[in-house]
Design a protein around this ligand. Structure first.
Ligand code: DHB
Ligand code: FE
Length: 282
């Protein structure tokens, strides 16, 4: 049977992708950002997941104001990097796992989560930067990816509670897939950032670390944080952190922290990263 073996949370700052693509990772500004991923890169090299269910948000690349799915699942064979205005990132195409993706879609919809099924789409920095942070610059990504896109760009985004519950349903879906697969769930985005207006540049390290603490152990208190708290405490784009709760919900009742990293600044944001393992084997 397929099983969820770990969860990864990480920021997906586009400037990180540009730093990698332009060979700037050795610069003083970027060194501490990337240093926090060294442990994770060697860890994932031994874990060798078969598939990552990668929870991210599209930033008006594949979707725009014409169509705004709250939760969308990519069931296609492959997903090319998006043209985000500067041209698509020079990274490999993302290879999907249509059988697992369709199984998850069916399980979630019968479990009363009304997913949008997407067979063709491009994927932007929200999905490709986490792959680069975890795998570096390979010729082909060493995992298959089931993209799971969440609307956190246009009001109203889903609640944290709904995101956590969707993670719980993804856990049930993966566990009922008959093939023996090592599956990880990643939550991306965040941490605190506000990109525009008088509060642009807002960083709340104390709140971000409270959020990282809350992902560890048995508590599910994070699922009850209201939208207004994310906005007030972490800036308008801090709402991206609800996506980490899908990852946390998918890990079951309790987690153990294997690795954690927090650094300010990267572009206009705080970079956060965590690697979690489910404690129960259920
Ligand atoms: C920026 C954009 C993002 O989508 C994000 O998650 C973090 C930072 C930026 O433009 O700096
Ligand atoms: Fe983003």
């Amino acid at each position: 049977m397929a099983r969820i073996t770990a969860g990864v949370g990480t920021s997906h700052v586009p400037a990180i992708g540009a730093a990698i693509d332009l060979k700037k990772t050795g610069e003083e500004y970027w060194k501490p950002v990337f240093a926090g991923y060294e442990w994770s890169k060697s860890w994932i090299g031994t874990e060798k997941p078969d598939v990552v269910v990668l929870v991210y948000n599209d930033h008006a690349s594949a979707f725009d104001m014409k169509i705004i799915p709250t939760f969308a699942i990519g069931c296609g064979e492959r997903f090319a990097p998006a043209d985000e205005g500067w041209g698509p990132r020079p990274v490999p195409d993302v290879i999907g796992h249509p059988d697992l993706a369709w199984h998850i879609a069916q399980s979630l919809i019968l479990d009363e989560f009304d997913m949008t099924i997407i067979n063709e789409m491009t994927v932007d920095h929200g999905l490709t930067v986490p792959l680069s942070l975890m795998f570096g610059e390979p010729d082909a990504w060493p995992v298959k990816v089931v993209p799971l896109a969440v609307n956190v760009v246009t009001y109203p985004p889903p609640t944290g509670n709904r995101c956590w519950a969707l993670g719980e349903a993804i856990r049930r879906a993966v566990k009922s897939f008959p093939e023996d697969l090592n599956v990880q769930v990643w939550g991306t985005g965040g941490m605190s950032h506000q990109l525009q207006g008088p509060r642009a540049g807002l960083i709340n390290a104390e709140w971000d670390n409270m959020f990282l603490d809350g992902l560890i152990g048995e508590s599910d208190a994070l699922r009850h944080i209201p939208h207004i708290e994310y906005l007030r405490e972490t800036g308008s784009e801090g709402i991206e952190m609800v996506m980490w709760l899908i990852m946390r919900g998918a890990l079951g009742p309790a987690t153990r922290c294997l690795h954690r990293h927090y650094h300010v600044p990267a572009s206009n944001t705080a970079v956060g990263h965590i690697v979690l393992e489910p404690i129960t084997g259920d």
